[in-house]
Design a protein around this ligand. Structure first.
Ligand SMILES: Cc1cc2nc3c(=O)[nH]c(=O)nc-3n(C[C@H](O)[C@H](O)[C@H](O)COP(=O)(O)OP(=O)(O)OC[C@H]3O[C@@H](n4cnc5c(N)ncnc54)[C@H](O)[C@@H]3O)c2cc1C
Length: 503
């Protein structure tokens, strides 16, 4: 019997079944292999009145043991893992999704260094390395208005795989950190509990770096943190990509209607230093007013507007950062659920508006949404040092500097671009939680106020704290000192050896 005959026979059997005729069903065992069954769990106690369930105690297998465990593989986590490994530590990088990259690959945010207008002073280090290697591997396109690169978000998965494999970092994907394990003193961390398809397991480590974006590990360990009130939090965004775009017609349109950073003030009362106002910006906003006036999208879709980014020769417009949502808490599962669904709806409104109003998008279609909602604002630890507005606006210097970041502030209605060559130093102290030892926190959840967050949340800044934390964790093991006590001279010497600019 040919394959086609087999398909026809199967199809005929199905048709016959739908039409109500009974067919004999084979009861023969067809699957090979033994029948499996997981041991049923011990019975816990459900307290219906209090609406809680008391889990029974369980013995959890150790999945692996390492020197440095990095939780979360965004820009901070990748940098932390590479830096720790390059400083000689056996390093595990654990990530809840199936790819590395964090907001880059899971949200679709390509613009690692869009702030780099003329005059910018960079910190060098792993962030710059990531941008350069992505470009060399053919996974980036020039950003429209300066010499920075738009990373191809999907391709960056491969770039990140390559970087960590080359360095000898041990990855664990599809694995979420859900609890922490302390040494007997109840102060120094010893490991984490994970959840995955393999069940609940344990990863033991001498040092842990929390790069979860939400300070999950610090939170689980009982470290103090702050969260911006929900009504003041930076918005969440559903980033999407469109195909079928006539990119030439769209570029002609943007040239005929040149947007600048002053245009951002149409919807936000935005503070700049003035020098930003005349710079070109890949911004779309008034187009959505037109769409609302035409009745193409609902009148209450007022949080649509923002930036476009790469235009590819394949007729794609990627990283459309246009559909924003406010008033949701990223650490509340029901808020996340509502925001995900609302975000998709708003993104489709944005696409319909683009198709109707913006030249070049007439035949566009949705290529894909980012695989998850984009979060900008979440838990921030209370650190040994809490960065403040004054620091990031006034070129702060610190004896415990682990790197520099240009004077780039983007958030809470402030936009300052680093066109003057100004920069500030990033202190080790903003990664050191107060109550828990052998834990460092890097990336967007480092300690600081709202204005400093508008600087430190940026991906390149996250790579600075990531690399600083990775090196500090490895050096603290070498020195046989905890992360709270590590000698910073050793950390700074290793960072300089890795090519980081400290001052
Ligand atoms: C829509 C949007 C647009 C932005 N635009 C820009 C921009 O143009 N330029 C710029 O520089 N910055 C931009 N940002 C900010 C920047 O992308 C983020 O602040 C930055 O990516 C944070 O890096 P991170 O490594 O700290 O965290 P993330 O990139 O959020 O990575 C955290 C990683 O940890 C994983 N994780 C979380 N919890 C756990 C857990 N419990 N166990 C295991 N893994 C876990 C996550 O899956 C994720 O991979 C934007 C952000 C958003 C949301």
């Amino acid at each position: 019997m040919t394959d086609e005959d087999k398909y026809q026979a199967r199809a005929q059997r199905m048709i016959t079944r739908w039409s109500g005729q009974r067919m004999p069903v084979s009861r023969r065992e067809t699957a090979e292999g033994e029948v499996l069954r997981h041991a049923p769990p011990a019975v816990g106690a459900l307290d219906v009145a209090q609406q809680v369930y008391h889990e029974p105690a369980k013995a959890l297998p150790v999945l692996t043991t390492c020197d440095v465990l990095v939780v979360g593989a965004g820009p901070a986590g990748i940098s932390a893992a590479l830096a720790a490994r390059r400083a000689g530590a056996d390093t595990v990088l654990l990530e809840r999704f199936g790819c590395l990259g964090g907001v880059i690959t899971t949200v679709g945010m390509e613009t690692l260094a869009w702030y780099r207008y003329e005059g910018t002073v960079e910190g060098e280090g792993i962030g710059i390395e990531m941008e350069r290697i992505a470009a060399q591997m053919g996974g980036a396109i020039k950003w429209p208005y300066n010499d920075s690169q738009c990373l191809d978000a999907d391709f960056f998965k491969v770039v990140a795989d390559h970087l960590i494999t080359e360095a000898g970092v041990r990855p664990i994907l599809h694995c979420m950190a859900v609890d922490v394990i302390f040494e007997e003193d109840g102060k120094r961390l010893r490991g984490i509990v994970t959840e995955s398809k393999s069940g609940r397991q344990v990863v033991l480590a001498k040092r842990i770096i929390d790069c979860s974006g939400d300070a999950d590990i610090a939170h689980l360990a009982g470290a103090s943190y702050r969260k911006t009130p929900k009504d003041k939090m930076l918005g969440m965004t559903t980033v999407f990509n469109a195909a079928g775009v006539d990119t030439r017609a769209f570029l002609d349109y943007t040239e005929s209607q040149p947007a600048t950073y002053a245009d951002w003030s149409r919807t936000w009362a935005q503070e700049t230093t003035g020098k930003e106002d005349t710079l070109r910006s890949p911004y779309l906003d008034k187009e959505f007013d037109t769409a609302r006036e035409l009745g193409v999208i609902p009148a209450d879709s007022t949080n649509i507007g923002g930036s476009w980014s790469a235009l590819t020769p394949a007729g794609e417009a990627t990283n459309l950062n246009l559909a924003h949502m406010y008033g949701f808490d990223p650490t509340d599962v029901m808020d996340l659920t509502r925001a995900e669904m609302q975000g998709r709806q708003e993104a489709l409104h944005a696409l319909v508006a683009l198709k109707k109003v913006v030249p070049g998008f007439e035949n566009a279609k949705l290529r894909n949404f980012g695989m998850t909602l984009g979060i900008r604002d979440s838990r921030k630890i209370m650190g040994r040092y809490n960065l403040c507005s004054e620091d990031v606006r006034n070129q702060a210097k610190f004896a415990d500097s682990i790197g520099i970041f240009p004077e780039f502030i983007d958030g809470y209605n402030i936009l300052i671009l680093p066109t003057t060559g100004r920069y500030f130093e990033v202190p080790y102290g903003c990664m050191v939680p107060l109550e828990v030892d052998n834990l460092l926190v890097a990336g967007r959840c480092v300690a600081g106020d709202m204005v400093s967050h508008a600087a430190m949340r940026n991906m390149m800044a996250c790579t600075v704290t990531g690399q600083g934390a990775g090196v500090a964790a490895a050096v603290s093991i070498r020195q046989d000192k905890s992360t709270a006590q590590v000698d910073l001279h050793g950390v700074q010497a290793e960072l300089e050896r890795q090519g980081v600019r400290l001052h």
